[in-house]
Ligand binder design. Structure first.
Ligand SMILES: CC(C)(COP(=O)(O)OP(=O)(O)OC[C@H]1O[C@@H](n2cnc3c(N)ncnc32)[C@H](O)[C@@H]1OP(=O)(O)O)[C@@H](O)C(=O)NCCC(=O)NCCS
Length: 337
């Protein structure tokens, strides 16, 4: 929607990126000592070689706060300037208070309004769009948008179907209101979608109000990730492709205009299928899932930060972000760097 003609042009720009990955590395070979799996199976089916595991005394807000500090340092923004903190996560520190409130306390962002968003692996792009609404309507000028997960706290280490896929980490961006249409890092478009009829295909069924943990059900581990892998795979390819095409169309661009795709990092085969259907060579697709596995809401901001620090984002480049996750949920954004 365009702004009324008597209002100044107003948009949201990413002015800093940051990420934090825990030190401990868990390799495929390490996992093969815990469950009946091997490096060859995991690598060929997923592209993942290793993942990071947070320390016992690190909560999601600790990972998120460090990523946030790094993004603020790059943006040259102080904690007092942050007016909004949104954390996308499915592994909050606690049911409440929100992880965003813990981040606020840890970084000293005393002027911020803080809340979490639950949209699984699409969470970061959902949060980016919510923050954009606050900024573009003039309500706030500077926001921290964070994707952070300690998925190791939701993994059943006896289930080889899921335990090989996930890891811990956090990524953050600072976004700020800009009044120039050619401002660096401007978010040009975002599309989002959800289909709750498919909620059962990827979920953590227990540990909340529908199925509290009791001494009788705790042995069946309902408070861990349950996934129908093949079905999830098919929907991920279809929805991410559609979302990417819609976001490009909304920005008035075509796939060939894209300099770099930063997709949700769940499976290298999903990413290759999308690149193939967009007719983009893999050199124009960013992948770091070999190092980190699927860190849910954190994958896109972490990858964005790594691409940024590696000099792979040039001024004026068209960057396509696209995600898919439990819900099912999906989203895509186009950013002009
Ligand atoms: C999970 C996934 C990697 C499995 O790959 P797949 O090719 O679909 O494999 P299948 O589930 O068909 O399993 C094939 C066989 O490998 C076995 N297998 C599963 N995990 C294994 C592992 N870690 N090591 C060795 N064998 C394994 C299965 O038991 C099955 O054996 P069977 O044929 O004897 O029953 C894949 O379906 C996937 O990535 N899905 C999407 C996941 C995703 O993106 N989730 C997050 C979305 S945000």
């Amino acid at each position: 929607m365009s702004a009324p003609s008597n209002q100044p042009f107003c948009a949201s720009s990413i002015i800093g990126t940051g990420s934090y990955m825990p030190e401990k590395i868990l390799t495929n070979d390490d996992l093969s000592k815990i469950v009946d799996t091997n490096d060859e199976w995991i690598t060929s089916r997923t592209g993942i070689k290793e993942r990071r595991i947070a320390a016992a005394d690190q909560a999601t807000s600790d990972l998120a706060s460090e990523a946030a500090r790094r993004a603020m340092a790059e943006a040259g923004v102080t904690a007092e300037e942050i007016q909004l903190i949104i954390v996308a996560t499915v592994t909050p520190d606690m049911f409440f208070p929100s992880t965003a409130c813990f981040v606020q306390k840890k970084i000293g962002a005393t002027n911020a309004v803080c809340f979490d968003i639950s949209a699984a692996c699409s969470g970061f792009l959902y949060a980016l769009q919510v923050a954009r609404h606050f900024i573009n309507t003039g309500n706030r000028t500077t926001a921290l948008v964070i994707g952070a997960e300690k998925l190791s706290s939701l993994i059943n280490w006896q289930d080889r179907n899921t335990c090989v896929l996930f890891g811990d980490g956090a990524g953050a961006v600072v976004i700020r209101r800009v009044e120039e249409s050619d401002a660096q890092g401007r978010v040009l478009s975002t599309v989002m979608g959800s289909d709750g009829t498919l909620a059962d295909l990827l979920k953590v069924p227990g540990g909340a109000s529908a199925c509290p943990i009791t001494k009788d059900n705790v042995v069946s581990r309902p408070n861990t990730i349950h996934m129908e892998g093949r079905e999830t795979f098919k929907h991920a390819v279809t929805r991410m492709l559609e979302a990417a095409q819609q976001a490009l169309e909304m920005a008035g661009l075509k796939a060939e205009d894209v300099s770099l795709v930063i997709p949700h990092q769940a499976n290298a085969r999903i990413i290759s299928a999308i690149a193939d259907r967009l007719n983009l060579p893999l050199e124009r697709v960013f992948m770091n899932l070999d190092k980190y596995g699927n860190t849910s809401a954190a994958t896109i901001p972490v990858a964005l930060d790594e691409a940024n620090k590696a000099g792979r984002l040039k001024r004026g480049d068209v960057i396509l972000l696209v995600a898919f996750g439990g819900g099912f949920t999906w989203a895509s954004s186009v950013v002009r760097w």
